[in-house]
Design a protein around this ligand. Structure first.
Ligand SMILES: *[C@@H]1O[C@H](CO)[C@@H](O)[C@H](O)[C@H]1NC(C)=O
Ligand SMILES: *[C@@H]1O[C@H](CO)[C@@H](O)[C@H](O)[C@H]1NC(C)=O
Ligand SMILES: *[C@@H]1O[C@H](CO)[C@@H](O)[C@H](O)[C@H]1NC(C)=O
Ligand SMILES: *[C@@H]1O[C@H](CO)[C@@H](O)[C@H](O)[C@H]1NC(C)=O
Ligand SMILES: [Zn+2]
Length: 487
């Protein structure tokens, strides 16, 4: 039996009991509901990770120790979690790598977390508490759920599984039908495990009384200029999922109530990819918390291409690996991955995208093209830097988070084949399109100093969303009135 029908049955049972007994949650309805909970479909799906990271350590390398990182640990790919320009790197080391590191005489590194398994087990406990507290069935018993609907305030207190995020997207359409459209599949491609990538479009049916500057230059002038938000290219970056959900809700719910949002949605259409890497995200939740790539099978018991090295812009260059086991494996060829083909195809079919934001974590950075080389800057370097600085300033007063902005190649000592380079450099047609998209990679919370890396406490979901929403409110207005015209 499918869950929705059970939910309906349950809802009906409770309503019936209510009307018969008068008391909504009298002994009998609770009892009856409890017995339903024992059926297999209603077991809450708790998180329990394979014990793969026992003895794995998180290590901070200062610039003077980059030689050690390169030489001592060169025989196996290293999982770098975050980095600063010419500065610190934070990396996950296997027990063998930690042992090798301890053998070398050298300074400039420190273990910041001894046992990553312990860390993810603790996170699983917190997530499970949320799942139990939020299980639709329990919430129905507590009387705060109508027919399995999410309460948005509750929603943003927790991280959520793929299936729930899909339902969240569908609920936004039900609740804000005048501005939200659900797209079940962005293209004919399927992920390696057969899934479709879903999306939302958010805009008003009105147009602003005054045409925006961008509306004069976009390809389809009868349609609004578009803004692209994308989350979860990298599976383990849960806060990138919640932040994009937060933005979707912020704009959907704010229309007609918040003058800034109303004015923005009268001028632009927002395209939202909530989960760019469905297979990877599901794998992270079900099996491997630190899973980053997609689920392509590469033979030899090896899986996964790094989505953010597979885009068709300077594919396979510096900062992308050709070793299948590497976390930054570029894949066999440019846009070889069905997910990237779907995303690139959908993006190009829009035709009016004037800004694209790709959300990741962590280290609190706003990165602009170019990523593939540090030897040259983007033609719009000044405009991109100005917009990044504006976003940084919009974020700061919200919760005092001091983001850093910079050129992507300076932070990840280049990165080839990224979405951000493709959006800016290779998504448009030089003969047809007069506007290039503004393009940024956001590395969200936490800061590099926070020792738990990808484990951001759930209490920070809302603050992280609020500060990025402030940045977007400023930036969308800026982008639509100051489009990047081709030089
Ligand atoms: C498969 O993995 C083994 C052990 O890591 C390695 O020695 C071998 O070269 C790999 N084979 C291929 C085809 O990659
Ligand atoms: C841009 O994309 C085209 C395919 O549309 C590809 O042939 C070309 O190599 C790409 N350019 C760069 C610089 O990667
Ligand atoms: C950038 O310049 C350096 C030094 O001249 C060179 O080694 C490197 O290959 C260049 N990178 C690219 C992507 O052109
Ligand atoms: C933010 O960081 C920059 C660069 O480190 C620093 O100069 C500035 O003082 C910081 N601002 C605040 C408000 O902390
Ligand atoms: Zn990432």
């Amino acid at each position: 039996m499918k869950i929705p029908s059970i939910l309906l049955t349950l809802g009906a049972t409770i309503l019936l009991q209510q009307s018969v007994l008068g008391s909504p949650f009298g002994g009998q309805s609770v009892l009856q509901a409890r017995s339903l909970s024992d059926t297999e479909d209603f077991k809450p799906k708790l998180v329990s990770y394979e014990p793969k990271y026992k003895g794995h350590a998180l290590v901070r390398f200062l610039p003077e120790a980059h030689g050690i990182l390169k030489s001592t640990l060169a025989n196996a790919p290293i999982d770098v979690w975050a980095s600063r320009p010419l500065g610190e790197k934070i990396a996950r080391l296997t027990p063998e790598q930690v042992e090798a590191l301890r053998q070398v005489q050298g300074q400039g590194w420190e273990v910041v977390h001894e046992d990553l398994q312990d860390m993810i087990d603790k996170e699983a406990e917190a997530i499970n508490r949320g799942i139990l507290a939020n299980h639709p069935y329990r919430r129905a018993l507590e009387g705060d759920l109508e027919r399995g609907r999410f309460d948005y305030q509750e929603w943003f207190k927790h991280y959520h599984r793929y299936e729930q995020i899909q339902k969240f997207a569908q609920q936004l359409v039900l609740d804000f039908p005048h501005v939200v459209q659900y797209i079940p599949s962005i293209g004919p491609q399927r992920t390696w495990e057969g899934r479709q990538i879903f999306a939302l479009k958010i805009t008003s049916r009105h147009t602003h009384q005054r045409p925006s500057e961008a509306s004069r230059w976009v390809r389809h002038r009868h349609r609004k200029p578009q803004i692209w938000f994308q989350g979860v290219q990298h599976a383990r970056e849960y806060i990138s999922a919640t932040t994009v959900q937060y933005l979707a809700h912020h704009y959907a719910s704010g229309y007609g109530r918040n003058p800034t949002i109303t004015s923005l949605l009268d001028r632009v259409e927002i395209v939202v990819i909530l989960i760019a890497n469905p297979d990877g995200y599901i794998h992270a939740w079900d099996v491997d918390r630190y899973w980053r790539k997609n689920k392509r099978y590469l033979g030899n018991n090896t899986y996964g291409v790094d989505h953010n090295r597979n885009w068709d812009d300077h594919w396979g260059g510096e900062g992308a690996s050709h070793v299948p086991t590497a976390e930054n494996y570029a894949g066999p060829s440019p846009a070889s991955e069905p997910e990237i083909q779907a995303l690139q195809g959908f993006f190009k079919r829009q035709g009016n995208v004037i800004a694209a934001l790709d959300f990741h974590c962590y280290a609190e950075l706003i990165l602009r093209p170019l990523g593939w080389t540090a030897n040259q800057s983007a033609a719009h370097e000044a405009e991109l830097a100005f917009a990044a600085e504006g976003m940084r300033q919009a974020i700061l007063p919200v919760h005092q988070q001091n983001f850093t902005s910079g050129r992507m190649a300076d932070f990840y000592s280049p990165t080839s084949g990224s979405a951000t380079d493709w959006f800016y450099g290779n998504s448009t047609d030089s003969r047809r399109d007069k506007v290039l998209p503004y393009s940024f990679t956001f590395e969200l919370r936490p800061t590099l100093a926070f020792e738990d890396g990808f484990r951001l406490p759930e209490e920070q979901i809302v603050p992280a969303g609020e500060e990025i929403a402030a940045a977007m409110d400023w930036f969308i207005d800026h982008a639509v009135e100051n489009p990047l015209l081709r030089k």
